[in-house]
Design a protein around this ligand. Structure first.
Ligand code: I3P
Length: 128
């Protein structure tokens, strides 16, 4: 039976290391605090884990560590936001609840992949 396999491949879409800072909570501006985060795109959510050293791609499994926070991508908005930082390759993710995050990578190809993967999920949810 193929169904469990298909469900797995749909659920864990992407995982990797990005620099992250939250810049707003419920529409209220926060002070930036950049830190590396292990970011996992599972289903409709972007999930953030602390301590990325212990979550290398080969050993990470959903369930063996506790997420720091997670973001529901339904109704979220994604924009390139290089004007919001002195760093390069920055995009902003805004949730329906008014939480805003900046995500960044020094690697151009990597950040482009993340941007389009997250955008695809948002567009899929918009069509539902
Ligand atoms: C912030 C820190 C951030 C920087 C931010 C500074 O200072 O240097 O890295 O954001 O710039 O205010 P502090 O550590 O004293 O809070 P970027 O790295 O994204 O530029 P900003 O205030 O212009 O956003």
């Amino acid at each position: 039976h193929l169904k469990p396999l298909l469900m797995c491949s749909q659920e864990l879409e992407k995982a990797g290391l990005l620099n992250k800072t939250k810049i707003a909570e419920g529409g209220r501006k926060l002070r930036k605090n950049w830190s590396p985060s292990w970011v996992v795109l599972v289903g409709n959510s972007l999930v953030f884990f602390k301590d990325p050293k212990s979550h290398t791609p080969s050993t990470w499994k959903p369930g063996n560590s506790r997420p720091e926070s997670s973001v529901d991508l339904r109704g979220a908005q994604l924009h390139w936001a290089n004007e919001l930082s002195s760093k390069k390759n920055v995009f902003k993710l805004r949730t329906v609840t008014g939480n805003e995050f900046l995500l960044q990578s020094e690697t151009d190809s990597l950040i482009k992949e993340w941007y389009s993967t997250i955008q695809n999920v948002i567009e899929r949810l918009d069509r539902e």
